[in-house]
Design a protein around this ligand. Structure first.
Ligand SMILES: *[C@@H]1O[C@H](CO)[C@@H](O)[C@H](O)[C@H]1NC(C)=O
Ligand SMILES: *[C@@H]1O[C@H](CO)[C@@H](O)[C@H](O)[C@H]1NC(C)=O
Ligand SMILES: *[C@@H]1O[C@H](CO)[C@@H](O)[C@H](O)[C@H]1NC(C)=O
Ligand SMILES: *[C@@H]1O[C@H](CO)[C@@H](O)[C@H](O)[C@H]1NC(C)=O
Ligand SMILES: *[C@@H]1O[C@H](CO)[C@@H](O)[C@H](O)[C@H]1NC(C)=O
Length: 464
């Protein structure tokens, strides 16, 4: 189906006017076709309850939504209840939003870009930072999106309570790089802000406990709270939310990773730069949608579970700068899509499995600052190509290694992993342990998208 006809059928089916324009995360039925234009902003609603069909090319600009009061004559389908009020607002919903916005505007004492100066008059849909669309359940024009990315709104104590929870038609709320503080609004549950699918509070001034109210916002598909000062633990329920994107990196979360971590259906998961401890749960092998996983710079320990090898869609797996140990599980030979594999700065040891160096898509294999002891011919080829970095290990015949004394000290202690035999299990092989590796890598398939989550390790909004 052509892009244009696909889009118009989406339009017809859902009565959503600009679903092609603003979607920040569009996901296919199989979650295969996530198109990320993170921080793109715009207004609209998710075609509830099912997800839109997979899209592989951008949609042409859809028609603009009606923004002016429509006369009932031109719009015979509108019931009298939905007639625009005669006071100049497009709809009652917009009139209510107007009052909420005007109240909020008074609280913003710092507005370096002079955005709120333009929040005047009844044409709320054209205020900078806001977008309108037809709200599916009421079929009236409503405030669908608020995108304050990079506006640097501030005050000594600028809170979202009284704003976000008073805009019940919102579908997207993006507020990267502002000075919002205080509790995240409590009343953003599904029965109130019923279309809220994207919430981005990244790079603000939030602190304290994880904002548990998001657990009630069960229509969310995109949750980004990176670059705040949240502390304590992340409730295990977060990993049961039906999200596509979960960014909680660069906070102060401190806990063992919950056992149900692998229940998450996300494609992109970043927990980097926190204080997560304990082992990576075996359940991670169930998170089969994962494309990119960033655990770097935490306090994770223990051995890698072989189940990681089941993540056959993953292109990025980064556990750099933790306290992990043990050998690389042979199951990593099944990570056929893997491009960036970072195990650097941990306490891994043993020979580097040749099967891992043989992975077809590898572009960066970082194993430096560990205690690896051997590399075979395949791995040496990667070293030559500068794909594999094994500096500062215990590989005696290579330059730039740890001192013999450091290595001897490390290996003087007996080191084992629980369930050692599982570490030589290769789930993608017939028989699990045999040597007939199935090499049915579909080279014909389109190459995976360039990794994007590393951009989440910078505070500003995300762009492709
Ligand atoms: C949001 O959640 C409600 C209740 O769970 C559901 O009825 C509705 O279809 C959902 N809306 C979207 C856009 O997913
Ligand atoms: C935001 O807060 C920081 C310190 O917390 C301050 O330096 C900055 O000026 C504030 N910016 C605004 C726009 O209020
Ligand atoms: C959702 O929020 C509304 C409004 O605050 C509240 O009355 C309701 O009890 C909440 N529902 C749930 C399921 O938490
Ligand atoms: C990190 O977690 C460990 C326990 O796992 C704790 O001892 C330490 O104080 C925490 N550090 C910070 C900065 O929270
Ligand atoms: C490979 O990854 C490591 C660790 O993330 C990074 O430091 C290094 O710059 C990367 N190398 C290349 C060539 O991209």
């Amino acid at each position: 189906m052509g892009t244009a006809s696909l889009c118009s059928s989406i339009l017809l089916f859902t009565l959503i006017f600009h679903s092609c324009l603003h979607y920040n995360a569009v996901v296919g039925t199989e979650r295969e076709a996530l198109e990320i234009i993170i921080g793109g902003g715009g207004g609209g609603y998710s075609p509830a309850p099912s997800r839109p069909p997979p899209r592989r090319s951008p949609c042409p600009p859809p028609p603009r939504p009606p923004r002016l009061p429509l006369s009932p004559r031109l719009n015979p389908t509108l019931s009298p209840r939905h007639n625009p009020p005669s006071n100049g607002f497009v709809s009652e919903n917009i009139e209510r939003a107007y009052h909420t916005i005007q109240r909020f505007k008074k609280l913003i004492t710092s507005d370096p870009m002079k955005i709120t100066k333009k929040w005047v008059g009844k044409d709320v849909c054209n205020y900078p930072g806001f977008k309108c669309a037809t709200v599916p359940d009421q079929k009236v024009t409503a405030l669908a999106a608020a995108d304050f990315n990079g506006y640097h709104f501030g005050d000594r104590d600028l809170q979202l309570t009284g704003f976000l929870d008073q805009l019940p038609d919102l579908s997207l709320f993006h507020a990267n790089s502002n000075n919002f503080t205080g509790p995240v609004p409590k009343n953003i549950n599904t029965s109130r802000v019923r279309y809220l699918i994207e919430l981005d509070l990244s790079n603000n001034k939030y602190s304290g406990e994880f904002p548990v109210s998001v657990l009630q916002a069960t229509n969310l598909t995109f949750l980004d709270i990176r670059f705040n000062s949240f502390s304590g633990s992340v409730p295990a329920e977060v990993f049961n939310l039906d999200l596509d994107v979960l960014f909680i990196n660069n906070n102060k979360f401190s806990q063992q990773l919950p056992r149900n971590l692998g229940s998450t259906p996300v494609l992109y998961l970043t927990l980097a730069n926190n204080n997560f401890s304990g082992p990576i749960p075996k359940s991670i092998g169930n998170a089969r949608n994962l494309l990119e996983v960033l655990f770097l710079n935490n306090e994770l320990e223990g051995c890698l579970p072989y189940e990681i090898g089941k993540l056959d869609k993953a292109v990025v797996f980064d556990v750099g700068s933790n306290k992990l140990t043990g050998p690389i599980p042979h199951s990593f030979a099944c990570l056929k899509k893997m491009k960036i594999l970072n195990l650097a700065v941990n306490k891994f040891y043993g020979p580097v499995p040749e099967m891992v160096c043989d992975l077809p898509r590898l572009a960066n294999l970082s194993l430096s600052y560990n205690y690896f002891t051997q590399v075979g011919p395949e791995c040496r080829k990667l070293i030559k190509k500068r794909i594999l970095d094994v500096r500062m290990n215990c590989i005696l015949d290579l330059p730039g290694q740890r001192s013999a004394a450091d290595c001897a000290k490390f290996f003087s202690k007996k080191r084992t992993c629980p369930n050692e035999r599982s570490l030589s299990y290769i789930p993608c092989r017939k028989g699990g342990y045999s040597s007939s590796l199935e090499t049915s890598d579909q080279q014909s398939m389109a190459p995976a998208a360039a990794p994007i989550t590393y951009n989440a390790l910078k505070p500003h909004k995300l762009r492709l």
